[in-house]
Design a protein around this ligand. Structure first.
Ligand code: MSP
Length: 465
């Protein structure tokens, strides 16, 4: 049987068009999916949208649409954006998909029958923007600690999930699976909070309608995070997809670690479903050193991102500029600099020099000693440990070696056909290793260098002045 690899992204709220933050996780998932596919794994790459809840209902109202009409109008924007970035996902799940809704109801019934859901009253604070509950202690001057907006106090009948019952089992699970919360520097915070004790979680609302009804009480809709988290599992209930559970990795942003490492495993434990292998949280991008904010115009959408220097350069920049896991600052200048200095001057230059020399002098088969300088094992390890910046650095160190080789061998004088063979083979290997990161350019390079008679082609990365 083939090895399998199942990677997911968060499902995004379709309350606006996607921006760089959403693109970031989805590109990371695409990189891993391409990498494992290239290694011959059976891969399932899932992304999608989180469509229920009060937040979406409110936004739809603002546009004078029903929630359904509103989300339907935004889904094509997400799909177009992902196409522009060459994201090759296997399924785009929507929480309004019938199979998902039905599945969530089945799970709710199961958890209810088990006795892990009971009826009570919720009294406390709820931030609709976060779709999260807060205690008095969490608030800052009566405002949401994340959005700094006034926060609504709720008092309503609600069903509760017995989260408090899972404290020990969660702590034991973290102990036995030390990589579950990655990078490990995010782990202590979760563990310490869980050790402080877990309160039961309100998992239903009756004051609005846009959600999945509880099968045992139709007046209530289920809390949007209960619905949303199960997307990862419900997508594998399809024919031929069962084998993909448990997920190999859920890629998420650092703001939603708690939901994924506490609520999610607790729901699964209650439902008797195997837990995912890993949750990897990345950092946040700022934009010219400021928090990305739609209202302040500090936001970069996908069209703008791709317009700067193309899709490959955007993908490259996001994963070369900072270690995956840490925060980083996005600026157009920094992207253009890397496009010019690294993609155009190093990679582009190597490809065009070698192609034109090979066109002139041809190549002659020989042992490829040059390729020994490429640290393949190391790069493989780095990619599989989410150190994408390091892997790119290593590949570009080899590109430097290749450019140096052209100089040292003075190929344009010596007409060294054997050296040209080594270079062409090395470039093909570079294209293979870069394919997960910059698929469009890598495919062009492969095509150009796989033929018998190599020809000088178009410029791969045009410099931006
Ligand atoms: N719908 C929930 C996720 C449910 S998953 C079962 C959600 N959606 S979201 O649309 O608000 O955000 C999705 C992701 O975008 C989060 O992982 C978040 O970290 C990420 N980002 C939003 N802004 C970001 C940056 N400025 N930088 C990097 N990632 C950011 O949360």
């Amino acid at each position: 049987m083939k090895n399998k690899f199942y990677v997911t992204t968060p499902i995004y709220y379709p309350n606006d068009i996607p921006h760089i933050g959403h693109a970031y996780t989805t590109i990371a998932a695409d990189i891993l999916a391409r990498w494992y596919r290239f290694k011959g794994y059976d891969v399932f790459f899932l992304t999608g949208t989180d469509e229920h809840g009060k937040k979406i209902e409110n936004t739809a109202k603002k546009y004078n649409k029903t929630p359904r009409e509103f989300v339907d109008s935004l889904i094509p924007k997400f799909k177009e954006a992902w196409k522009k970035l060459n994201l090759n996902y296997d399924r785009f799940i929507r929480t309004t998909d019938k199979d998902h809704e039905k599945f969530v109801q089945e799970i709710l019934q199961k958890v209810y029958d088990k006795g892990d859901i009971y009826k009570g009253h919720y009294e406390g604070y709820y931030c609709t923007e976060c779709e999260a509950y807060y205690t008095e202690k969490d608030l800052e001057n009566g405002c949401c600690p994340v959005h700094k907006t006034k926060i609504e106090k709720l008092k309503e009948e609600s069903y509760f999930f017995k989260l408090s019952n899972f404290q020990n089992r969660l702590l034991e699970f973290y102990r036995e699976n030390p990589d579950f919360i990655s990078p490990t520097y995010r782990k202590d915070e979760v563990i310490n909070r869980v050790k402080e004790g877990l309160k039961d979680l309100s998992i239903s609302r009756s004051s609005f309608k846009w959600g999945i009804p509880l099968p045992f009480d139709k007046k209530h809709v289920v809390y949007v995070w209960f619905d949303a988290l199960f997307n990862y599992y419900s997508a594998t209930r399809d024919k031929n997809k069962e084998k993909f559970w448990p997920a190999d990795v859920h890629l998420i942003g650092k703001d939603i670690v708690w939901f994924h490492t506490v609520y999610w495993p607790a729901f699964l434990l209650s439902a008797g479903i195997e837990l995912p292998k890993r949750v990897f949280a990345h950092g946040w991008w700022t934009f010219n050193k400021e928090k990305i904010s739609k209202s302040k115009g500090k936001v970069i959408n996908i069209e703008e991102l791709v317009r700067i220097a193309g899709s490959d350069s955007a993908r490259y920049f996001l994963f070369r500029h900072i270690p995956f896991g840490e925060d980083g600052d996005f600026s157009e200048n920094a992207l253009i600099e890397r496009h010019n200095n690294e993609l155009a001057n190093k990679l582009g230059n190597l490809v065009s020099r070698v192609a034109s020399l090979a066109e002139k002098y041809g190549t002659e088969k020989t042992e490829n000693k040059l390729l020994k300088k490429l640290q393949l094992k190391k790069i493989e390890n780095q990619i599989e440990n989410y150190q994408f910046d390091k892997a790119l650095n290593e590949i570009f160190a080899f590109i430097d070696n290749c450019n140096q080789y052209v100089q040292d061998k003075k190929i344009w004088e010596m007409k060294d056909r054997k050296a040209l063979y080594e270079l062409k083979e090395s470039i093909l290997k570079i294209a293979e290793m870069l394919w997960p990161f910059i698929p469009e350019s890598a495919d062009k390079i492969k095509k150009q260098f796989s033929t018998k008679n190599i020809k000088k082609g178009e410029i791969l990365f045009k410099k931006i002045g």
